[in-house]
Design a protein around this ligand. Sequence first.
Ligand code: GTP
Ligand code: MG
Length: 344
Amino acid sequence: MGQHLSATIRSLSTCTGARKRGRVRLTDHDEESAPAAGTLMPSVPQANAPKPIYIAVLGLTGSGKTTFVNLVSESSLGVGRGLESCTSEVQASNRFNVGEREVVLIDTPGFGDTTLADSDIWKIIAASFVTSYRAGIHFTGVIYMQRISDVKVSGSSQQSFRMFQELCGEETYPNVLLVTSMWDTVTPEVGTSRDQELATKDIFFKPVLEKGAKMMRHDNTRESALGIIRNLVDKPRVTLRIQRELGGGVDIMQTSVYRQIRELMLELVAQRQKKLDTLMEELAEAERDGDEETQEELQEEVQSAKAELQDAQDKTSKLANEYQVELQRIEEMLRRRRSGDADV
Ligand SMILES: Nc1nc2c(ncn2[C@@H]2O[C@H](COP(=O)(O)OP(=O)(O)OP(=O)(O)O)[C@@H](O)[C@H]2O)c(=O)[nH]1
Ligand SMILES: [Mg+2]
């Protein structure tokens, strides 16, 4: 008992709880068969032990996923404090009971506020979900968290939700709950009007609700969290699209989520190229006019625009490769775990 599992730390200063100490600890359950943080894999498979119900929690960074997971499972996974994202690994909660059923929640890193950040997140989630699928862990439900406090549904929110849809696939929507959080930060009138907007907009929850998903409010109490989980525990298990595709041997580049993120990255490259072209034109004009001060300023801007463009181009060309690297990292972590390295 008391085995520690290390967790990669992206932004220590913004996290409180277990992650701040650089560790994720699974304490309240039988760790002989507990899933390992970052892998969801049972450390020692037990043939006769009934399998718990696995529910994945996804959403934009800062939407309250880890807070929800900790509250309902009495875990102590690190939560965010500032604006930067906190969770950087897929991690399993303590086991907890909902009626007769034993449940494990799978907390995930939040989709970022930028396309570049998303290009890192998707591969972590995809590689972890596929590894766990291959190990026989199937999800019974998926929760998508959305802050009700957001004044408007931003482009990154829409992008995040599209990514979620590509990861899950339509067939899983009856097992999906769209959960709004942070109701304490808005008046009931404002919250209800935003709730309504989310439910009825084609660019947001509407198409998913129409195919069987359900929307629920979370008021940050354990009772509310348990009520949400109760909606999922009796559902049949599902295979997410990304698990079916990759588990069935489809090349990463042929998966829906890869195509989606690549498309977004190419849009970003095009935007940055356009910005550079405009700056170059302005620079040429300043040179024609002999305006040295403006030339100097523009030269600096051109350099930084070139670096940004290069960054986006590099990331785009490495997308598929980075997924493979992530998969290998998780497999290596598992291998070390099996061979008894206590710090893994
Ligand atoms: N007021 C209020 N704050 C909340 C609520 N839920 C979470 N928070 C706060 O929101 C911040 C982000 O919460 P997290 O649980 O770390 O969010 P997350 O979705 O796990 O974020 P990532 O790990 O970055 O993806 C933390 O400061 C929480 O304390 C809520 O219901 N009400
Ligand atoms: Mg988190």
